[in-house]
Design a protein. Structure first.
Ligand SMILES: Nc1nc(=O)c2c([nH]1)NC[C@@H]1CN(c3ccc(C(=O)N[C@@H](CCC(=O)O)C(=O)O)cc3)C=[N+]21
Length: 312
């Protein structure tokens, strides 16, 4: 049109900056590799992560495989305990007791979900708190509630800690911000609320869930949205406050009814990037950070065991 000068900036669609979990996880792994070298050279110990996998769910197998690859990359020994789907509670608890006693195992995880006939809470409580690499033992979650949980004393849950690291490492400050966490699960939403409201982060947190009746109003006010509900595509661009920071945590396997092909889908629609200021992709966002924080928990457990204070 005559008289109007269009610049590239005006015509190009706005796109959020990337909260790149692959890059941040790579940086964290490089830092951990150095600390692992110190543990080996100066203290004569090699950190070891064990995984307990019950049954043959393909998704669980692929996650556990990824964790062992991560360990190899940074110099952590890894130990696999793959157990039959029909294992009894008693037999599984025997394996837990063995891992608690095994000096080669610095930390370990029991891959969730467990088959329905097993008592998950009883298994998680049986893990020695100092070997709890997931940070999900009641003692460690209790320390988080009591706000005596920092890397010096006990592990933090991996996904919430990974989310905080992803924000902090990109220079994002949350003091006084309205953070909307969607999902009250024990591994993400509930502990994340506790982590974000500590003085170091100082955010104002709203924890929404399936009983929430005013999600649109909450979204319109949210400076930061963490979607960890497990409903594919539930968050759309038009619902967000312009400039919001968006973290997509949910993962759902979606099977196309026509092709039968299965893909992973996050809770956030891709077009949200046109409204958000920062957005974590899925995959490539919080998932790799969760895995990096698992490694961090194992390294920190090893450091504590020889009297080094992690983070000191
Ligand atoms: N005791 C226990 N601890 C867990 O931490 C735990 C668990 N059980 N059960 C299952 C969930 C799920 N979870 C993921 C971690 C990383 C990715 C991840 O790295 N995802 C990649 C994509 C991987 C892919 O393509 O399959 C990404 O987001 O880029 C995914 C999922 C940990 N979990």
């Amino acid at each position: 049109m005559e008289g109007s000068v269009e610049t590239a900036e005006e015509t190009a669609p706005a796109t959020a900056q990337l909260l790149d979990g692959i890059q941040a996880a790579k940086d964290i792994k490089a830092e951990l590799a150095e600390r692992i070298q110190v543990l080996k050279d100066e203290h004569g110990i090699t950190p070891g992560l064990a995984t307990v996998l019950v049954g043959d769910d393909p998704a669980s197998h692929s996650y556990v495989g990824g964790k062992h690859k991560d360990c190899a990359q940074v110099g952590i020994n890894s130990i696999r305990r793959d157990l039959p789907a029909d294992i009894s509670q008693e037999e599984l608890e025997k394996v837990i007791d063995e891992l608690n006693e095994d000096p080669a195992v610095t930390g370990y995880i029991v891959q969730l979900p467990l088959p329905k006939h097993l008592d998950t809470n009883a298994v998680l409580e049986r893990i020695a708190p100092e070997k709890d690499a997931d940070g999900l033992h009641p003692v460690n979650l209790g320390r988080l509630v009591l706000n005596v949980s920092d890397p010096m004393t006990s592990p933090l849950p991996c996904t919430p800690h990974g989310i905080v690291q992803l924000l902090v490492r990109n220079g994002l400050v949350l003091t006084g911000k309205n953070v909307l966490v969607i999902g009250r699960g024990v591994t993400v939403g509930r502990p994340l609320g506790l982590l974000l409201t500590r003085r170091q982060i100082n955010a104002t947190v709203t924890l929404a869930h399936t009983g929430t009746v005013n999600l649109p109003e909450l979204l319109a006010e949210a400076d930061v949205v963490v979607a960890a509900a497990g409903f594919p595509g539930m968050i759309k661009a038009a619902e967000l406050k312009p400039g919001a920071i968006v973290l997509d945590v949910g993962v759902t396997r979606v099977t196309d009814p026509e092709t039968g092909k299965t893909t992973l889908s996050g809770d956030v629609e891709k077009d949200a990037a046109s409204v958000a200021s920062w957005m974590s992709p899925n995959p490539g966002g919080v998932g790799p950070m969760t895995r990096a924080m698992l490694l961090a928990n194992v390294v920190e457990a090893a450091e504590r065991s020889v009297g080094i204070l992690p983070g000191a």
